[in-house]
Design a protein around this ligand. Sequence first.
Ligand SMILES: Nc1ncnc2c1ncn2[C@@H]1O[C@H](COP(=O)(O)OP(=O)(O)OP(=O)(O)O)[C@@H](O)[C@H]1O
Ligand SMILES: [Mg+2]
Length: 360
Amino acid sequence: MFRRTKSIIGLDIGSQAVKAVEISLEGPEPVVTGFARAEVPPGGEKAQAVAEVFKRGKFRSKQVVTSVAGQSVVVRYIAMPRMKDDELRQALRVEADRYVPFELDEVALDCQALRRRPRTGSDGEGATTDQINVLLVACRNQLLEEHVKLLQGQGLTPTVIDVDAFALANAWELCGLPGEGAAVEVDENGQPKAKEELGIALIDVGASRTTINVLCSGETCFSREIGIGGNDMTQAVARRLGVEIFEAEAVKRAGDEKKPEVQRAIAPVLEDLTSEIALSLDYVENHEGIQVREILLSGGGVLAPGAVTYVEQATGRSARTWNPLEGLRVASDRMNTEELETWASSLIVALGLASRVRTQ
Ligand SMILES: Nc1ncnc2c1ncn2[C@@H]1O[C@H](COP(=O)(O)OP(=O)(O)OP(=O)(O)O)[C@@H](O)[C@H]1O
Ligand SMILES: [Mg+2]
């Protein structure tokens, strides 16, 4: 009866909206116990939106996990000789300047050995057995300091600072979604062909950028950010209709009689974005020898009319938005569940951040 519940707030400080989701462990079960969202006011004063979120959210916890993204964050997948974790850290500290385009004394570095072995040739030839894949992440100290200062200004201390792309993967894991495995195809004699591993692409279309993380056996094997997002669509609508940005934003979201015009305005943006996505997925398939058949879309940007269809057509793969709440229990007495459902697909990063409650 007096069992202590463990809770963590995942705080996604986006460029347009701040989202916070609290997950508590009730026994082994993760339960959504809080949620709030606030738009960043014009002028980009994020602190105000963060304060708003904590006022509205009535969270139990003070533990915050947040994330960084953008050009100050660099992620690399590196083939290294097999070695122990502490040796790996040592080796990467020495070699990192080969992979990181910043002065090393300006960045925080982290690395992790991946389970998936490196492949060099398309047939897997060429990878030596004693090599491992290592994920290297570097983030400019300046961005981390700004982040910590922003939170401390609200009386909060981040316990972990993650990267958006990896939060997507943690949310996917939390929800226990199917979508991977091995594709068994048969040849003309009905005999099974060699199994091909299936990957799954998680793609979050935000306001300022689009984040891709391709998973293979539940583990990241490729990630990338594309500098195209909802803001570009809004600007295209503003130009076509000859209106101010704030008005274009409202027209884009309204989905009313102006929808066909909105669709025509944003078509070139969606074309650029989806051709970059297609290039990335083709690259990862060739490079990793996997098949990416399914795309799970999230972020506010995918709510734009026609966005999902564009992704399907440009990539030749099946795509859908995913609702992370489907597989999760929600403490409905503690929040406005209608609002939660409305924004579900843009809460993936926040949920992925809060999912760390299971391991903290
Ligand atoms: N109903 C809608 N129709 C079209 N676009 C929408 C809709 N609702 C929100 N958006 C767009 O979604 C974007 C905001 O989504 P999201 O909250 O995922 O971004 P963010 O996390 O703040 O941005 P970023 O990740 O780039 O920093 C905005 O561009 C907004 O215009
Ligand atoms: Mg975002």
